[in-house]
Every structure is written in structure tokens, then in C-alpha cells.
Design a protein around this ligand. Structure first.
Ligand code: SF4
Length: 330
């Protein structure tokens, strides 16, 4: 059984039988929901107003790489579900193609695919082949003159919480960042590959609590990023889902991470059931973001502040939500 939930910017598909959840949504446009001085978006965002979205401008598809999640981050609803292993390649391709078909977009400007609904994507190496395969479906040259899906740009994105004691982690990351290249290093598609690290705070004790001791230390994450090549397109993203108690100290940021390779992205913790149960502050006051953003910008860091609208959080399209966790109880 599949349950389709209409949201104000798209649809969420909960596949009860397959234990998978995925969605498609549109975006309000960078000028409305981000502040990023280095990109020329300099307006303070006190509130993001809900407006109609144009899916042909940007279609965001978010899919599950695992059926539930074996990690236990204490702000996320996915661990409420029984963990049933990895999604297969065909299941992930099905999630992406089904979401695009449901959106009814036959030709669009930009497709973003985020492996970020349920699961830690680096634990499933088939994420890489799935992302490449979708790139092939979007390429006339690789599809013998046909295009199964049709977007001018394609951006698959992996967000990882950097699982501790996982021996294949670095190998996954190294393969992921070149998944849009052929053996000779030629680009397979227009767009790029996104890699985001969930850091949230530079206080190890706070981090260990948030990630339930299952994420690597900041030093280990920094060392891994140091070993990666300088990104050709968008820099690696350090994600900080913050409360006013988070630590984004500039000296610590410089100690662990390289501003030539990384950007900082600041968001609120999303209002999931688990985040509310664990008394997380859901930041709505822009001053909190500014307190973290300004010292980093002054020090030369590229910083993006991304704020969802009240409607997006209410519709539970944001990361850390899993409607399946309630459906399974019904
Ligand atoms: S945040 Fe990601 S890794 Fe952590 S429990 Fe949720 S789905 Fe798993």
C-alpha cells in the first residue's frame, strides 16, 4: 500500500509495503529562503512567506536509501521505525522516477535528488550507482537518443552524519565525489554532485548527545575532508542544524575545517516529533542565526543561512521526518 500525502509544495509518498518514503517538492527561490553574502543574497530573512512554487524551475526529490535507519540521532523520527536494511538500486531508482512522474514535470531546468529521507546514505553503496543511473536517464547521448527524464541540470546530493567505526566510509566518499565523471574524468552531466556533512555543533559533548555517540569526532571528519581533492564545483557543505546553545566558534571551525574546501550551512533543527520530545529549541528568531553567521563571514567563510517556511515544517517535508513512523502504528 502506498499513501500519498499532499503538501503545499509537493507530495510525500509513504510506501508501507516496501518500508520506504520519498517526496518531491518545489523551492521558493534562493532570494526568498537563503541569506548567503558570498552568493549575493544579502537580505536578512526574518520570515519565509509561503508562495506558490514553480516545479519546472527546480524540482527537489528526496528519497530513502535505507528502510528505517540503524543510526539513532536524537532529533530524527526515522529510528522510530523498525530497521529493515538497505533500499536496493531498483527501489531507489523507482523512488526517484516515481516522484518525478507524480510531479508531472516533463521538462525542467533543475533536478536535485537528495538521499536524505530515511537512512544514512554512506551505508548503502548502491546510492552511487543509482545517482549515476539517473544521470544516464537524463542524458540523450547515454540513452541512445532518448531521454527518459529531462532536466537541464542534475544535482544528486548525499548528506552524511559520518558513522563511527565504518571502514568503508572514506571509500564511499571518494567514489561519490567523482560519480559524475567517466573513467577519463569527463563530466557525465550538467550540474554536479553535492556532499554535505552533518556537524550541527563544534562541541563534542553536544554532538555525541545529538548523534547518540554514533558519529566520528570532529577531528576525524576534518582529517577526511583534508584528504579529499579540492572540489571542482560547489564546496563541501558543513551542515549546522542549530539551537541558540550550539557552538560555531570561529577558532574551532578553523581548527577542524578548511574554508577553501568547505562552506557552512546554518538551518534550524526541524520540528520533528523526536526533536519536540527531546525538548529541542526550534529557532525562529533570525538573531540566533546571525550570531553564528556574522563572525564566520568576517573571518572569510562562505556561509548560507537556510530557513524553511512554517508551512514546510508543518507539512513535514524537512529532514528528520518520517510519516511512515505513524502509519505503521495505524
Ligand atoms: S538523521 Fe539521518 S542518520 Fe540520523 S537517524 Fe535520521 S535518517 Fe538516520
Amino acid at each position: 500500500m502506498k499513501k500519498i500525502t499532499e503538501t503545499r509544495t509537493g507530495k510525500i509518498i509513504s510506501d508501507v509495503d516496501k518500508h520506504l518514503e520519498y517526496l518531491y517538492v518545489g523551492d521558493y527561490g534562493k532570494e526568498n529562503n537563503i541569506k548567503a553574502d558570498f552568493l549575493g543574497y544579502t537580505k536578512r530573512i526574518d520570515k519565509v512567506e509561503h508562495t506558490d512554487v514553480d516545479l519546472t524551475e527546480k524540482l527537489v526529490v528526496t528519497v530513502s536509501s535505507q528502510k528505517g535507519c540503524p543510526m539513532s540521532c536524537n532529533f530524527c523520527d526515522c529510528p522510530k521505525l523498525e530497521f529493515k536494511g538497505n533500499a536496493s538500486e531498483s527501489e531507489m531508482v523507482d523512488e526517484i522516477v516515481s516522484a518525478i512522474a507524480l510531479s508531472e514535470i516533463k521538462k525542467g531546468k533543475r533536478l536535485n535528488v537528495h538521499f536524505a529521507r530515511m537512512g544514512e546514505p554512506t551505508l548503502n553503496k548502491d546510492v552511487i550507482t543509482t545517482a549515476r543511473y539517473i544521470g544516464c536517464l537524463n542524458s540523450r547521448e547515454l540513452c541512445d537518443g532518448f531521454k527518459i527524464i529531462d532536466f537541464d541540470e542534475y544535482h544528486p546530493v548525499v548528506s552524511t552524519m559520518c558513522p563511527k567505526n565504518y571502514v568503508d566510509f572514506v571509500h564511499f566518499i571518494e567514489e561519490w565525489i567523482k560519480c559524475d565523471e567517466d573513467k577519463l574524468g569527463n563530466k557525465l552531466w550538467n550540474g554536479g554532485v553535492g556532499l554535505q556533512f552533518s556537524i550541527n555543533t563544534l562541541d563534542e559533548e553536544q554532538r555525541n548527545k545529538m548523534f547518540n555517540n554514533k558519529s566520528m569526532s570532529l577531528e576525524s571528519i576534518g582529517n577526511i575532508i583534508d584528504s579529499l581533492p579540492v572540489p571542482k564545483g560547489r564546496k563541501y557543505t558543513l551542515n549546522f542544524a542549530v539551537t541558540s546553545e550550539s557552538n560555531l566558534d570561529v577558532d574551532l571551525m578553523n581548527k577542524y575545517f578548511d574554508k577553501e574546501k568547505c562552506i557552512v550551512k546554518i538551518t534550524p533543527i526541524h520540528e520533528t516529533h523526536t526533536a519536540v520530545e527531546n525538548d529541542y529549541e526550534i529557532v525562529t528568531d533570525y538573531d540566533v542565526y546571525e550570531k553564528f553567521e556574522q563572525p564566520l563571514v568576517k573571518d572569510g567563510w562562505d556561509v548560507i543561512v537556510f530557513v524553511p517556511s512554517k508551512e514546510e515544517d508543518e507539512d513535514r517535508i524537512t529532514c528528520g521526518n518520517a510519516l511512515l513512523s505513524e502509519l505503521n502504528k495505524e
